[in-house]
Design a protein around this ligand. Structure first.
Ligand SMILES: [Zn+2]
Length: 70
């Protein structure tokens, strides 16, 4: 079986939220929250600097609430 670093695999992200106007997603590799660079993000690929994992935001990603606000 070929050895492929798991962080090299681009995992799909289907949910996002906004925090002060910034798009945030959950890293599918390490489950931490990361902010994406501004601009179009759907369909884009990003690398999480903390874990080095790659993720691709789905074209039909939907907004969810990551944090419950009372
Ligand atoms: Zn990560």
């Amino acid at each position: 079986m070929a050895e492929l670093k798991s962080t090299d695999v681009v995992l799909d992200v289907t949910e996002y939220d906004r925090d002060d106007g910034d798009v945030i997603v959950k890293c599918p590799h390490c489950q931490r929250i990361l902010g994406l660079q501004s601009g179009p993000f759907k369909g884009g690929q990003f690398q999480h600097r903390v874990c080095g994992g790659w993720l691709g935001v789905s074209h039909d990603a939907r907004r969810v609430k990551f944090f419950e606000s009372e």
